[in-house]
Design a protein around this ligand. Structure first.
Ligand code: DGT
Ligand code: CA
Ligand code: CA
Ligand code: ZN
Length: 590
């Protein structure tokens, strides 16, 4: 196991112990242990274990040393397995409801026998929760609302999680000897931020073995439908997947149809009709004459349309990338050859909002830089939390100065090809002031200003607060503008039109936070804003080296938002980015 995987296990142990009402010092020991582990470099951990010197690390007692060693060498921990088995799984689910921590859950369990969401729902409905000391009517209402949200959210899945399941399936389908073509269609292919279900489309010479393979895939929990040319399955996470198999000459039409969106399909069909044609999942045929669209398509067996480009061309259109197929004007733009040339993953040269172990990240500055170099990035911006984010171990002025010096020294050492920019993710305080004074801010290469607390302010207050931060001459970019967490937390109430206007007026970037849970600003706002001059930075908000890869989700959102390479600062080469940052700070009095 890697050190971050081990740290995850330690954190989970702490949670489970807390749920069991164990001694808080014991719980704290595991939390501290997890943090201590994160601060060590991976290679260092291996060495310490080999030399039996893990106990010399501050924060790791004997019990933890033994457990970490067991996890590191065997990948398992019997203590953890037993602990997991001793806690009702339903109790862990309760932690996902906002407002419920281990302490409250313990009270609910002891006083009301609550062991899962169902029993909590019942206890709320009976008013038993409100009657408990320390709970009350308001808490009960909030819990019920949280349960309802969770149900609604539970029906969809993050694109990132869905893609991780879908990609090996596409690879597996393509490897079957009977399969000619295979794609994942639907909202996944359109790169929607969340996905309802997966839609696989296959053309094959023989259907039965493909269906048989699909329903027997590892991870399938339930086969919900099985026919000759289609099947549906459900995975452990609740995610469902549909498979459809078509003859190869129908593949392109079916791929286009099942990619959608529905609105795009309806408009395409209307366009076809206006040209005397009928477009369907089976083919593109004359609209008049005998028989259904399916019968006509089968009769024609035309192999003329080889790929989607040819399908669009048959209707007088340029190719429309799947991300843009939302029925939001893309067909008109494709007709006029006005589709933007969308930014691509390979265009990225760096990113600006990333954390290290100095605040709440899980890899050191050197590890993050090495990972950025491995990705081929020319630059990496480090923006750890500022002092008011004490829950995230935010840096005070002295620690920040030390980090800036470390970054300068790392650059001077030429150890890595990747240049590191010294920045900070500075809290926007409740009144819109920034968390450091001007002299401290002036010591940085750039500033990401973000809201982390008082998320529930009313719209006018929040809007004024963010605009005040944008107006600060040292603010380079606004971080995760609405604070939303997809499927978990609603966006803050904020007038984004005003925020975007202010950012444009002050030459401040708005980030496209690429964390798969955030994707904030939403893609729906980018096209118009960028057209008016708003500059974007795709930032992974990485808290560990693996997190840097989240830029892929950011690219998805940027493409859905119609952004070109030029409109995304993080595709610019180092020299140009440096000049841009220098020109900005030259304008601002130090
Ligand atoms: P999802 O699964 O909710 O994230 O969204 P999609 O877009 O993947 O929707 P899904 O799985 O229900 O259907 C896949 C595609 O099939 C959809 O994007 C367009 C097409 N489709 C489904 N139902 C209809 C329909 O009633 N009319 C038309 N024109 N197309 C449809
Ligand atoms: Ca779908
Ligand atoms: Ca579907
Ligand atoms: Zn943040």
């Amino acid at each position: 196991m890697t050190k971050n995987e081990i740290a995850d296990v330690l954190t989970e142990i702490a949670t489970l112990l807390e749920l069991k009402g164990e001694n808080p010092f014991k719980v704290r020991a595991y939390q501290t242990g997890a943090r201590a582990l994160e601060a060590i470099e991976e290679a260092e951990l291996g060495r310490l274990i080999a030399e039996e010197k893990l106990g010399t690390v501050k924060g790791l007692g004997e019990a933890l040393v033994q457990k970490i060693t067991e996890l590191h060498t065997t990948g398992r921990l019997i203590f953890f397995d037993n602990l997991k088995a001793s806690v009702e799984p339903g109790l862990v689910d309760l932690l996902q409801i906002p407002g419920l921590g281990p302490k409250k859950i313990q009270v609910l369990k002891a006083k009301l026998g609550v062991t899962d969401i169902a029993s909590l729902t019942a206890a709320c409905h009976d008013g038993r929760v409100a009657a408990l000391d320390g709970f009350g009517e308001k808490t009960q209402e909030k819990l019920l609302a949280g349960i309802k949200n969770r149900e609604a959210y539970g029906k969809r899945h993050l694109w990132w999680d869905a893609a991780a399941i879908a990609e090996p399936i596409v690879t597996g389908l393509r490897a079957l000897p009977q399969v000619r073509r295979a794609e994942a269609a639907g909202s996944l292919r359109r790169s929607m931020e969340t996905v309802g279900d997966l839609d696989f489309l296959v053309s094959a010479t023989d259907v039965a073995p493909v269906v048989a393979w699909f329903v027997a895939m590892p991870g399938v929990k339930e086969v919900t439908a099985q026919g000759e040319t289609k099947a549906s399955v459900r995975f452990e996470s609740g995610l469902q997947a549909d498979l459809r198999i078509v003859p190869d000459e129908q593949f392109v039409f079916a791929l286009h149809h099942f990619t959608g969106s529905k609105d795009h399909n309806v408009q395409m069909r209307q366009r076809a009709l206006a040209r005397g044609l009928s477009l369907s999942e089976w083919g593109l045929v004359p609209a008049d004459g005998e028989g259904t669209a399916k019968e006509k398509a089968e009769k024609r067996k035309s192999g003329k349309v080889e790929n989607e480009s040819e399908l669009f061309a048959a209707l007088g259109l340029h190719f429309i990338p799947p991300e843009l197929r939302e029925g939001l004007g893309e067909i008109e733009a494709a007709e006029r050859a006005e589709l933007p040339r969308l930014v691509e993953l390979g265009d990225l040269r760096g990113a600006f909002h990333n954390h290290t172990t100095a605040s709440d990240g899980r890899n050191t500055l050197a590890e993050m830089t090495a990972a950025a170099e491995a990705l081929g990035w020319d630059y990496l911006g480090i923006a750890d939390h500022s002092k008011s984010s004490y829950q995230a171990n935010g840096l005070d002025e002295a620690r920040l100065a030390k980090q800036v010096a470390e970054i300068r020294a790392l650059n001077d050492s030429k150890k890595f090809k990747t240049h590191v920019f010294a920045g900070s993710e500075v809290d926007i305080l409740a009144d819109g002031r920034l968390d450091y004074d001007d002299a401290t801010l002036a010591s940085l290469d750039y500033v990401v200003a973000s809201v982390h607390n008082a998320l529930t302010q009313d719209e006018a207050t929040m809007t004024a607060r963010i605009i005040r931060a944008i107006e600060h001459p040292r603010t380079t970019m606004l971080g995760h503008a609405t604070g939303r967490l997809l499927l978990r937390r609603e966006a803050s109430r904020v007038d984004l039109a005003k925020v975007i206007d202010a950012a444009i007026a002050h030459g401040v970037i708005i980030e496209l936070n690429a964390s798969p849970w955030r994707l904030d600003l939403d893609w729906r706002l980018w096209r118009k804003a960028a057209g008016r001059g708003l500059l974007c930075a795709i930032n992974p908000d990485a808290h560990e080296i693996e997190g840097l890869r989240h830029v892929r989700a950011g690219i998805n959102a940027a493409r859905k938002g119609g952004l070109t390479r030029e409109q995304v600062l993080t595709t610019w080469p180092l020299k140009r980015v440096r000049e841009w940052l220098a020109a900005r700070s030259a304008k601002t009095p130090a």
